[in-house]
Structures are given as C-alpha cells and as structure tokens.
Design a protein around this ligand. Structure first.
Ligand code: ZN
Length: 298
C-alpha cells in the first residue's frame, strides 16, 4: 500500500480542488487516506482479466482449499468477508463502499475455445454415444472466460440410452454424457428392474451446464464445464416416480441408495440429500479429476 500512499499524497495537497466530502478534516489532521479515494475499476477491464488482479488490502485473502473437497462444499462454507459474486449489495451501500467480490479461483479450462476442426477424441466419443443409443445434437460452443466457464464442444443430450429419455434435454460435454449413459445402462436400469420390478423410462435432470461457481464461491463448479449432471428423479415404465429427497417407500429408498453408492467411482464426485442443503433434492454426479484418481462421495 506504500505505493498507493505516495500516489495519493499529491492528491491530498490539491484536495480543495477535489469534490471530497470530508476535506477539512483530512487537511487539518495527520495524513489520512480519504475514504472515498478513487479506486481503479477491476471489473470491466477490456482485456477480460476481470477481478483476477490481487485486490487491495483484502480482509481475508481467499486461499485455495487444499482439502479434497466435493463439488459444492459439503461442509458449511467458512465465513467470507466479501459477498457471493452474484449477491446484490446491501441496501444503501454506495459504490465506493462496496467490498470487492471474492472471485473463484481461475480454472485453466475456462480459456479453452473450440478448434475449427473438432478433435478426434470428441468425434470418437460421439461414435460411442451412438453405439449406446444416446440421442444428442451438437450445439454452439459456450465460452465465458471472464466468468470462468467454457464448454467448447457441447452436446444437447435427449436420452441416456435407446429408450431412456433425459428430460428436459441437457447441455454437457461428451465425456459426461458417455459416463451418464454407461452408468444408466450398467447400474440404474438393472437396479430399477431388480429392485422395483419395472424398467427405467426416463431421468429428470435438474441442471447440467451452468456457468457458475461452487456454492462456497471458491472454485468454479464442474457444471461450468459441462462436466456435471444433477438428477432430480427417475421414472419407471410402470409410472412410478422415484424422487430424490422425498419421503419414499422403503424399496424406492433402497434403490436410490444403491444407485448413489454405485455412482462413486464411475463419477468422481457424488453428492445428494444429507451432503448439504444444496443437494437435498437431487443427486450431483461429476467427473472432476483429482490427484491419484480419487473420488469424493458423501
Ligand atoms: Zn450439481
């Protein structure tokens, strides 16, 4: 801050020329930095590096969390001085009084943009989806480097197998769609038949690609890369709807427990009711890569 102080001194010397509200006090006493000194804007930089510069005098530096934490922290978020990036300022706050919003850590994936020619691995992945009976359409790349999101080769997924709809259709990466389709075929469908006596007909999703940080605000969510799927309910051919987080008959509850348990491995993060308040009504599956191929399932 010494640098800022030096730069501000000439401003104080010419203070009468400036429209500062409390100038007499500032001139009479020892040098006091005016509360309303102009602060360079970091939120609208034309180079797109919004908010990634170090912030002046952070009360609590937002340190990266080394713990193998889940997608959206299963623990209550630690107190953070700055509000959530999407939070509205409290009523009556002036522009100068606004604390700088805490930014999630930049994720290198957010700068990936679509190549002119689709990479071979994406084409191969689409062939495997076709073989699995997945109905899908290619969609336009999603990219927002300022917000920290990117999905260069999105697919709108309409089914997770020949006769298993995904409703409403969901935007995600091909690897995520493949993992979801394989898991549906290997685990969910057989479990529905064996435990509930009816084939799986459709899966209702609550969200897939969404450009947002995790709920604790410290990192971007896997949803921001099309690498996650939230499932709200399973509908069987006989009309039974197994709703995640609802009070369920025992067999349906056991079906959900079996699905959730088996998901840990094929998916690298598995969260749901009991993990935290944010996952009380859906199962969250994602493919976040962790050191040593670890999983976070709770
Ligand atoms: Zn989720």
């Amino acid at each position: 801050m010494a640098f800022s102080r030096v730069r501000l001194l000439p401003i104080l010397l010419f203070a009468p020329l400036l429209p500062l509200p409390d100038m007499t006090a500032a001139m009479a006493g020892p040098v006091v930095l005016p509360h309303s000194a102009p602060i360079p804007e970091t939120g609208n930089r034309p180079d797109g590096n919004a908010g990634e510069k170090p912030q002046p005098e952070p009360q609590t530096p937002p340190l990266p969390q080394p713990r193998p934490n889940g997608e959206e922290s299963s623990q209550p978020a630690p107190p953070v001085d700055a509000p959530h990036p999407l939070a509205k300022p409290p009523a009556g706050a002036t522009r100068q009084d606004e604390p700088k919003p805490a930014r999630p850590l930049a994720d290198p994936r957010s700068t990936v943009i679509a190549a002119e020619k689709m990479p071979e691995e994406e084409l191969e992945c689409r062939k495997r989806l076709n073989a699995l009976g997945v109905r899908f359409e290619d969609r336009k790349a999603e990219q927002n480097a300022v917000a920290g999101c990117s999905l260069p080769y999105p697919l709108a997924i309409k089914s997770l197998g020949t006769s298993i709809d995904l409703a409403p259709e969901a935007l995600m990466s091909c690897p995520m769609a493949e993992a979801a389709a394989r898991f549906t075929k290997a685990v969910i469908s057989p479990a529905a038949r064996a435990q509930l006596g009816s084939p799986l007909k459709s899966i209702a999703q609550a969200s897939a690609y969404v450009c947002r940080p995790r709920h604790n605000g410290r990192k971007m969510s896997e949803h921001a890369f099309g690498n996650a799927l939230d499932i709200a309910s399973f509908t069987l051919a006989n009309g039974t709807v197994v709703e995640v987080g609802a009070a369920l008959p025992q067999k349906q509850a056991e079906f959900l427990v079996a699905v959730r348990k088996a998901a840990c491995g094929p998916f690298k993060t598995v969260l749901g009711p009991g993990s935290d308040a944010d996952h009380a009504r859906h199962l969250h599956f994602d493919l976040e890569t962790r050191r040593n191929g670890g999983t976070f399932c709770q």
